[in-house]
Design a protein around this ligand. Structure first.
Ligand SMILES: [Zn+2]
Length: 266
């Protein structure tokens, strides 16, 4: 009997223990769950539109809105309406040569016996006079140069000991010189006759560089384009391409090769 009583007491204590633990866990967790749910609901109502009060929707990751890229202008999309086949747009370089009979249809002789294609005579004169009006000395030289003269100059460089490759960087081989078109001119400071890169330090060059496009001219062989033009930097060599093309080329820091290529891509 004694053993039976002990068993009953032990069982009762065990049962009470389980009951207490169960009761505590049930009410405790219930209170906790409701409390969080209420809090979440109140936050939702105050900060979100009704459609998004669902806590499930809250948990779903919202698709990230990609920032709309600002449309950037395509390079060359603002190209001027220039006809590349017109006379003033001819490209002459090592890859685009002219034959020995190529010559301007008519030439004009300007100051310093500078001969150019008659169609650029007026523009070139205005360009030079523009510099002179600012009190800057200008000297025109080397306008039109025919094939045989170019041949002579090139051969002379070779005879001076230059390799064909080195000579070609200084004096372009016959048929590949822009001077054969008569559309360019070497312009130097009257007091700085030698054609060296030091010319860029003269006020005359600074003015010519800043204003050339207003007269339809470009600096044909810029220092940073030597890889493309395959001609050394020549701060004296200006080429006529017309005001529209010249303005675009100078404003966009291009060389003629790059400008022409933009039309091929378009
Ligand atoms: Zn030149």
């Amino acid at each position: 009997m004694k053993g039976n009583l002990v068993f009953k007491i032990f069982f009762s204590i065990l049962f009470l223990g389980f009951f207490c633990v169960y009761s505590y866990m049930h009410f405790s967790s219930g209170w906790t769950t409701n409390s969080f749910a209420d809090t979440a609901a109140s936050v939702d109502e105050s900060s979100q539109p009704p459609a998004q009060t669902d806590t499930a929707a809250q948990a779903t990751p919202q698709p990230t809105v990609e920032p709309t890229p600002v449309p950037t202008e395509e390079p060359g999309s603002d190209l001027p309406d220039v006809d590349l086949t017109s006379w003033e747009m001819i490209l002459v370089n090592k890859d685009n040569s002219v034959d020995e009979n190529f010559a301007p249809p008519e030439t004009s002789t300007l100051a310093n016996d500078c001969v150019v294609d008659s169609r650029i005579a007026e523009a070139l004169t205005s360009f030079a006079e523009g510099a002179q009006a600012e009190g800057l000395p200008v000297y025109l030289s080397s306008g039109y140069r025919d094939y045989s003269t170019q041949q002579y100059l090139y051969d002379r460089k070779i005879s001076q000991g230059y390799s064909a490759e080195e000579a070609a960087k200084i004096v372009t081989p016959p048929g590949t010189s822009e001077h054969q078109t008569g559309l360019c001119c070497d312009i130097t400071d009257y007091y700085h006759d030698p054609k060296t890169t030091d010319l860029e330090n003269t006020e005359t060059f600074q003015w010519l560089l800043a204003h050339c496009q207003e007269y339809g001219f470009i600096l044909r062989y810029p220092e940073d384009k030597q890889d493309i033009t395959q001609v050394m930097y020549e701060p004296w060599h200006f080429r006529y391409v017309g005001v529209e093309a010249a303005t675009y080329i100078m404003e966009n820091n291009l060389c003629l090769e790059e400008f022409v290529a933009l039309y091929d891509e378009a």
